[in-house]
Design a protein around this ligand. Structure first.
Ligand code: SAH
Length: 489
């Protein structure tokens, strides 16, 4: 029986949603009466929430808290009834919310409410409640509510915070725009395909971080009619920070969550890629230092091609994209190709290392200047044109990027330019990562420090008086003592 296929035995195999402890639903309360038994501080927040949803709230308590008195003064929809709660207060109520001293009183109230068909919530007493409030993210008309079915209100709050951080900027404006677009779009009687393209493109715009434009509707419609999935794509050069995923900026996280394609360096930690949109294509474009690399041009060409095909490309770089990240070349090439480009800063390795060392790089008594240099010249050797006098200056804090394999040469050059052999120096490997390691000593033993640490990850060389003495010395040597590894392993 061909027509029976859809509801035949096969249909039963379709996966069903898992068991829900509570049904998430959103109640329309505008103009309806809600009884609130109790005038405590906990009741105050419920009163605020209920009146925000348009309810008329009757707060019944002989001595309501100051906050409720204030709320009632500011909101005519909140009425104070200064007397004990009676069951008759439930009559005609859409809901009842109560703050009860004990479970027995809570159950009595629940029974009375059920007898009248009024759903009941007793604050902090899920066992006597017919419904529960979620932790709320408000971007009206968009509302997100989180429930853990009472398992952990603190977890719900933490989730709420994370969701807040992930939502696109201007979400409220976009949701209002969506409301405003529905009728005019419907009036055009669009084909289902055109409708879908319109709303797809709309969503792309929401997650682009932009604000809706005055001509948004027409622009979306034109795009949808032209059959474009989206307009020209874009590239964001995004700093991933030194390793600890918590150091990502909110903007970086948002772009990762909205990306179609992510081109990432080898310095980027896998945990950071895990935070990206699941459907995004993730392409490694690492070009480890010291390997002959002609890949930069390829990377740029690839970014341009992807963006021109309409993709939202995130070029994810370790640390900050503008610090030893070859961003200038990429920006120039993207500009020349007419691809919109945006840069999102990240925490550069030196600042990540300073944070984990808890050492101020500009401590007033010990440093007059802070300088970041690279030990990796165009030819892969120590750059000849570094300002060695400035680097030898005892009043400067110097952070050398890409210097792990240049330790001997670095020391010789610095000493030859008058640096103090006793100047405090340290090497920090994988700063801010869980497996960060350090070796601390003086400039004179820089090469030995390197041999002792035998790093296999990215390293900074840090030199300057701020790294010497007192708590600084202790902090600098923490994390030492891991078993030595073969150099270059
Ligand atoms: N744009 C990056 C630097 C890229 S150059 C930034 O702003 O941090 C690559 C060099 O950065 C490495 O050779 C190393 O010297 C340094 N580096 C990057 N991440 C590091 C980390 N977690 N710990 C120590 N050094 C790091």
């Amino acid at each position: 029986m061909a027509s029976g296929a859809a509801d035949g035995p096969d249909a039963a195999a379709a996966p069903l949603i898992g068991d829900l402890p509570l049904l998430p639903a959103f109640l329309a309360l505008a103009g309806r009466r809600v009884a609130l038994a109790g005038g405590s501080h906990a009741a105050l927040w419920k009163a605020e929430l209920l009146q925000a949803a348009g309810a008329h709230v009757d707060v019944v308590d002989p001595a309501p808290c100051d906050g409720l008195v204030d709320l009632a003064r500011r909101r005519p929809s909140v009425r104070l009834l200064r007397r004990p709660f009676v069951e008759g207060d439930l009559d005609g109520a859409a809901l009842v919310v109560a703050d009860c001293a004990d479970l027995e009183a809570a159950r009595r109230l629940q029974d009375a409410a059920r007898a009248r068909g009024v759903p009941c919530n007793v604050i902090d007493k899920p066992a006597a409640s017919d419904f529960q409030f979620g932790a709320v993210v408000e971007r009206a008309p968009v509302v997100v509510a989180v429930s853990t079915a009472g398992a952990s209100p603190i977890l719900a709050q933490a989730l709420r915070g994370r969701i807040e951080a992930l939502l696109p900027a201007r979400l409220r404006d976009w949701a209002r725009a969506a409301q405003a677009f529905r009728a005019p779009l419907k009036a055009l009687r669009p084909e289902p395909e055109l409708r879908r393209r319109f709303w797809d493109r709309f969503n792309d715009r929401v997650f682009s971080g932009a604000a809706p434009r005055a001509d948004e509707f027409d622009a979306l419609l034109a795009c949808a009619r032209a059959g474009e999935r989206r307009g020209v794509g874009s590239v964001a050069l995004v700093g991933a920070g030194p390793g600890d995923p918590e150091l990502l900026t909110l903007k970086a996280l948002r772009l990762l969550q909205g990306a179609d394609v992510i081109l990432y360096d080898d310095l980027v930690a896998p945990q950071i890629l895990d935070m990206a949109r699941r459907e995004a294509r993730k392409i490694p474009v690492g070009k480890r230092g010291y390997r002959p690399s002609c890949k930069q041009d390829e990377i740029v060409a690839r970014m341009i091609a992807l963006a021109q095909a309409g993709e939202r490309v995130v070029r994810l770089k370790g640390g900050d994209p503008m610090v030893f990240g070859r961003a200038a070349e990429e920006i120039a090439a993207l500009d020349a190709a007419g691809v919109p480009v945006e840069v999102v800063p990240g925490v550069t390795a030196a600042l990540g290392a300073a944070a984990s060392l808890k050492i101020s790089l500009t401590e007033r008594a010990r440093a007059r200047r802070l300088q970041f240099v690279t030990a990796h010249g165009r030819d892969g050797r120590l750059p000849e044109d570094l300002d060695w006098r400035a680097l030898a200056d005892p009043g400067a804090t110097s952070v050398v990027y890409m210097g792990a394999r240049m330790l001997g040469a670095l020391r010789e050059k610095l000493l030859a330019h008058g640096a103090d052999p006793a100047a405090p120096a340290l090497i920090v490997e994988r700063a801010t990562c869980a497996d960060e390691r350090r070796a601390a000593g003086t400039l004179a033993d820089l090469a030995e420090l390197g041999a002792r640490l035998a790093p296999s990850g990215p390293c900074l060389v840090m030199i300057g008086a701020v790294f010497g003495g007192g708590s600084a010395g202790e902090a600098a040597s923490a994390g030492e003592g891991a078993p030595p590894r073969e150099p270059g392993a």
